[in-house]
Each structure stands twice: as structure tokens, then as C-alpha cells.
Design a protein around this ligand. Structure first.
Ligand SMILES: Cc1cc2nc3c(=O)[nH]c(=O)nc-3n(C[C@H](O)[C@H](O)[C@H](O)COP(=O)(O)OP(=O)(O)OC[C@H]3O[C@@H](n4cnc5c(N)ncnc54)[C@H](O)[C@@H]3O)c2cc1C
Length: 452
């Protein structure tokens, strides 16, 4: 018996049939609960929409009688998606095609892990990527998702054009020459201007990367930070909490033979740090010695592979995260403060603290607008309360005019955000014009945009 026939015969069974009917009623009436990747955000949307064409999408938005929130892969930590209205997926907008030379048109619902080989076959490659590849392209671009590299912008800085369906039901082509103001607003727009259906991305010729990882003293890393960032195509570092060490990761172009990364050791390493926290947090001096000694035994590694196999890692241990983007020149001083705060006030923390560098760009709500930046990210295990820890760290970023990652946790409101984004008012004018009834606004976005 085939699996499908088996399932069908089960549903025919008198005991299971009423259950199936009840499940369908729940689906048709009150919808199935939604939650994000970390489990920190929940919602019970009354509708789940998945339009198949732009015209269908335009009708849905134009006739909406309650809030509609676009959803990608649900990998944002902040409450950008939750609504009691409807959530809308662009999963049917899922094609990848070449356009001009080294340009590709990518459907909004395509996941980053569905881009590598198709682009490779087209003779193209993304210039950079974040450290996971589960996100949809629209979800990633809409929050300013970035990788690392002093000479590389966040993902949205490689967008040449996009198509936006507005809450008024228009379908707009946007680029630097067509609807340029909407283009500047929409590249990073938190799903607040309508729904994006496709992007034209500016790509590169395919390339291989050599990824090197090694452990070195934190003090040395403070001194070498800017040199490492300048010298390597991509550079990031992780401070290992309650130790004297930092893990360095660099990637550079290579023509060497492929030598794959194999299974990701990051998840085991995080589990080991958690175990050391559980056993030794009562004796801070012992814990520091222990973690430093254990991390000193970690051997340097080197791997070569095509770009899409090198950038992303597997993140099996769930967490909540706060990440702020700071002026690049302030990063070492800020990191020193974060390290001191972790060591003196947060004995429970075991997740490594991540620092990356990102080039400036000119999208109005880009956290990298007009300034070369460095990003500092703190994480908390998903079953533990992140608030007390994040409350001790977030104030460090305020005198530095830090801009939070839109997809990660923060407490800033419209007043403060307006001071940190030179084109804040321009963005809001475009938003009010495209969405006069506030169809795209949930409670979180009302706070972010100061909408009464
Ligand atoms: C384990 C993990 C690792 C991460 N690593 C990184 C990293 O390395 N670098 C980094 O910068 N970020 C990182 N992030 C954050 C993540 O990239 C962002 O939060 C991203 O927005 C998630 O994409 P998504 O597809 O899940 O979108 P969702 O979280 O579902 O949605 C994000 C936003 O996009 C909007 N949106 C979705 N689709 C559309 C559409 N078609 N039109 C208009 N708006 C739309 C939504 O309304 C929402 O505002 C990480 C997150 C996790 C959980």
C-alpha cells in the first residue's frame, strides 16, 4: 500500500473522520497559531493568505478590512509579523531567472538556501550572505540582513530593482530611475509599505572561499580588530564569555581544491559552554580558567568551498538575539564595555558574542545608512529569560547612536529612531501615502513608527 493510500484509508475510518472535520473547521475559522523560529513571538492570525499572482495580491490588500502582515520564514526575533489579522506569505513567488549581465530576478518567497546552485548554473553568485540561509529573500532584505566584510554592504545594497504591491492595490516597478523615492524607502521597509513580489539582484561571477577559524587572546583581538577587518574579504569574531579568548573567522577568495567544512561543530561547542556554565558558574575564577584552557585546545581549521557552502552555518541550538549596529570606529570601545558587563553582571551567559563589519549604503531605513558600521550581537538560550541580560547591554549602545537590527530584539521607539535615521520623516511620508489606512501596521510597527 502506498503511503498516500494508507493516509486516505485512515481518514476514512469512522473514528478519525470527525477529527479531520474539526481540524478543517479550526482552519477555516480561527487560524492555527503562529510562532517564530525562537518561539519568543506568538500570534493567532485569523487568516493565512498565499496569493498566487500579483493581481490576486493587489485585490487582497485593497479590500483588506483588518491588518495584513507579510511573513517570510519567521526567523525574526522582533514582533514584526504577529497580528490577530492575517499573515501573508509570498511563497508562490518563487522563481530565479537571469536578466542582464550578472543580474538575476528572484521571487520574494525564494529562500536563501534555494539560491546557491540555481545562481551558479546561471554563472552568478551573491556577493555576500548572512550566517544562516533559512530566510526568504524578501524577509532578509526587508530587515537589513547582512553578513560581514568591510567592503561589502548588507544584502539590500545589491538590489537594483523591485516590484511592490501597495495597500492601495497598485503594482509598482521601483528602481533608481523608476519611482526612486519608493525604491529608497522599500529596500528596507519591514513589510510596512505593502508586499514585495520580486527583486533584481546585482551579482558576481561564482567564486570559491577559503574559510579559516582560530582562537586567539581577546586582548590581541582588540588591537588587531581593524587590521583583520581590512585585510580579509570577510572577518568576524566571537568573544567566548567568561574566558580570555576570541574565535576569529576569516574568508578569502581562492582557487584551491574544494575541501568541505563537513558537519558543523558550532552547536556542540555551544552545548559545551552551557555545560561549563552549569557546573562552574559558582566559581567564576575556576570557570574562566577552565573555559580559557578548553578554548586554547581548539585547533585552527581551514576549508575551501563554493560561496553558498561557506557562508551559512547550522543553528540547531535555539536562542533569542539583540544586535546593534554602531559606527565602525566605536566598536572596540563598545565591545570592551559589553565584555565587562558580561563578566561583572551576567554570570549565566554562555553564548559567544558576535562582532561583524558592514559597509555603508543609502536605503532610508538601512541601519548602515551613511556610515561604515560594526555590529555587536548578544544571544540568550531560548528557554531562558533574555530581558535581564539584554537590559544590561542595550544602554551601552545609546550614547553611540546605535541602530538596532530590525529583525532582532530592541526597545527603541519612534522618537529615538527618528533621531538616528536622517531620512526617517521621508520614509514615513512614503509609508502614509502608500498605506493611508494603516493596513500593514501591527502593534510593534505602531510603536516603531509612532502611529497613534
Ligand atoms: C538563527 C538565525 C540566524 C540569523 N543570522 C542573521 C545574520 O547572520 N545576519 C542578519 O542580518 N540577520 C540574521 N538573522 C535575522 C534574519 O535574517 C532576519 O530577521 C530576517 O528578516 C528573517 O527573514 P525571514 O524570511 O524569516 O522573514 P520574517 O522574519 O518572516 O519577516 C521579516 C520581515 O520581512 C517582512 N516581509 C517578509 N516577506 C515580505 C514581502 N514579500 N514583502 C514585504 N515584506 C516582507 C515581514 O513583514 C517582516 O517585517 C538571523 C536569524 C536567525 C533566527
Amino acid at each position: 500500500m502506498k503511503r498516500r493510500d494508507f493516509n486516505r484509508s485512515l481518514l476514512m475510518a469512522p473514528v478519525l473522520a470527525p477529527l479531520a472535520t474539526a481540524a478543517r473547521k479550526v482552519q477555516a475559522g480561527r487560524a492555527i497559531p503562529w510562532q517564530n523560529w525562537s518561539g519568543g513571538q506568538h500570534a493567532s492570525p485569523s487568516g493565512r493568505l498565499s496569493p498566487k499572482t500579483e493581481d490576486e495580491l493587489a485585490q487582497l490588500l485593497k479590500n483588506a478590512s483588518s491588518v495584513i502582515r507579510p511573513v517570510g520564514a519567521g526567523h525574526s526575533f522582533s514582533p514584526l509579523v504577529p497580528t490577530e489579522g492575517s499573515i501573508l506569505s509570498t511563497r508562490y513567488f518563487n522563481t530565479v531567472a537571469a536578466s542582464d549581465d550578472l543580474r538575476a530576478v528572484v521571487g520574494a518567497g525564494v529562500k536563501l538556501n534555494q539560491l546557491g546552485e540555481p545562481l551558479h548554473k546561471l554563472g552568478q553568485a551573491l556577493p555576500n550572505m548572512p550566517d544562516i540561509d533559512e530566510q526568504t529573500i524578501a524577509g532578509a532584505l526587508s530587515t537589513g540582513t547582512h553578513g560581514t566584510g568591510a567592503n561589502f554592504g548588507a544584502m539590500h545594497s545589491y538590489v537594483e530593482a523591485l516590484r511592490l504591491v501597495t495597500p492601495r492595490g497598485e503594482i509598482l516597478n521601483c528602481s533608481r530611475s523608476e519611482n526612486p523615492e519608493v525604491f529608497d524607502a522599500a529596500r528596507v521597509s519591514l513589510g510596512a509599505l505593502g508586499v514585495i513580489t520580486q527583486y533584481t539582484l546585482r551579482n558576481m561571477v561564482p567564486y570559491k572561499l577559503k574559510r579559516k577559524t582560530w582562537m586567539q587572546p581577546l586582548q590581541q583581538t582588540y588591537e588587531e580588530f581593524h587590521t583583520l577587518a581590512e585585510f580579509h574579504r570577510n572577518f568576524e569574531m566571537y568573544y567566548i564569555p567568561h574566558s580570555e579568548n576570541a574565535l576569529i573567522i576569516t574568508t578569502d577568495l581562492t582557487d584551491d581544491e574544494v575541501s568541505p567544512r563537513g558537519e558543523d561543530g558550532d552547536n556542540d561547542a555551544v552545548r559545551e559552554l552551557q555545560m561549563l556554565r552549569d557546573y562552574a558558574s559558582w566559581w567564576p575564577w575556576l570557570r574562566k580558567r577552565l573555559i580559557t584552557a578548553v578554548s586554547n585546545t581548539i585547533e585552527p581549521e581551514e576549508h575551501v568551498d563554493w560561496w553558498w557552502n561557506i557562508y551559512p552555518s547550522d543553528r540547531a541550538v535555539r536562542f533569542n538575539e539583540m544586535e546593534y549596529h554602531l559606527p565602525r570606529e566605536d566598536i572596540v570601545a563598545a565591545l570592551k564595555q559589553v565584555v565587562e558587563t558580561v563578566e561583572t553582571r551576567n554570570p549565566d551567559v554562555f553564548f559567544p558574542i558576535e562582532v561583524r563589519v558592514v559597509q555603508e549604503d543609502d536605503a532610508w531605513l538601512s541601519p548602515f545608512y551613511g556610515r561604515p558600521s560594526a555590529s555587536l550581537a548578544v544571544h540568550r538560550y531560548f528557554e531562558e529569560d533574555y530581558q535581564p541580560y539584554f537590559n544590561t547591554i542595550e544602554p551601552i549602545y545609546q550614547p553611540l547612536a546605535g541602530r538596532p537590527h530590525w529583525g532582532k530584539l530592541h526597545t527603541l521607539d519612534a522618537k529615538t529612531l527618528a533621531e538616528r535615521y536622517p531620512r526617517w520623516q521621508d520614509f514615513n511620508e512614503v509609508r502614509r501615502e502608500l498605506d493611508p489606512k494603516g493596513v500593514m501596521l501591527n502593534a510593534h510597527l505602531k510603536k516603531v513608527f509612532g502611529h497613534a
